[in-house]
Design a protein around this ligand. Structure first.
Ligand code: ADE
Length: 230
């Protein structure tokens, strides 16, 4: 099992850094950065452009619609980062990558340093994927305009698992999918609203029976909603 250093570092490379600002500016992700548990650095690929127009894309060889992110700016940015520290993975976000799930998020949350490359336009030159990328991740079978929103999803799924990020230590472990089971239903005050009542067992004070009820509900909900989960 990898041994993660105290602060996890995530470097995200993008042509649209603005798209990645707000996810890290509030709630749990912001707190994790403020607490010094995670260090997220966003790199504007245009700063690694080799021309005065700051362009980083070009037409496809062989013709076809859509621009392609060029090798050089990406290689320069990744090489600079790799000179500064050792990375566990260089991830490329793409709809044809491995589908993100809880077990991948769990695994990544143990790493110390990650580079995440966001695609844009038609995608990136294949030679980057062949030579620099160590893992390709998709967040689902649909196509986004770029990898930025997918990067935010991936980071959120990873960061919330790091000890100390979520206040209640057990909270992330009882999430849906952690045992390939969906969560049981949850309730809060009031006990009754418009005649809709909270299941009696939850206000019984019998922790053992509550645990049992939650497990049974989890199994029932999973069977009904996601019979494919095993
Ligand atoms: N970029 C575009 N679509 C994507 C997806 N579904 N997952 C990850 N990156 C993407």
């Amino acid at each position: 099992m990898p041994f993660r250093s105290l602060v996890m570092r995530i470097d995200i490379i993008t042509v649209v850094p603005e798209l990645l600002k707000s996810p890290f500016e509030s709630s749990i992700l912001k707190n994790s950065i403020d607490k010094g548990i995670v260090n997220v650095k966003i790199h504007n690929l245009r700063e690694y452009s080799n021309n005065k127009y700051k362009s980083v894309d070009d037409y496809q060889f062989g013709g076809g619609a859509g621009m392609v992110l060029m090798i050089e700016p990406i290689d320069k940015c990744i090489s600079k980062l790799k000179n500064e520290r050792k990375y566990d993975e260089v991830i490329y976000l793409s709809p044809d990558g491995e589908k993100l799930d809880q077990s991948i998020a769990n695994k990544f949350s143990l790493f110390s340093n990650l580079i995440i490359l966001c695609g844009h336009y038609k995608g990136i030159d294949q030679r980057i994927r062949d030579n620099l990328i160590t893992k390709e991740i998709s967040i689902g079978d649909y196509v986004l305009s770029g990898g930025e929103l997918a990067a935010a999803v991936l980071c959120d799924s990873i960061i919330r698992l790091i000890p100390g990020v979520i206040g209640d230590e057990t909270s992330a472990l009882t999430d849906s999918f952690q045992d390939n089971l969906l969560s049981s239903p949850i309730y809060t005050r009031p006990r009754e609203y418009k005649g809709w009542e909270v299941p009696k067992i939850l206000i019984s004070g019998n922790t053992k029976e509550i645990e049992k009820w939650r497990m049974e509900k989890s199994i029932e909900v999973t069977k009904n909603k996601r019979p494919d989960l095993k």
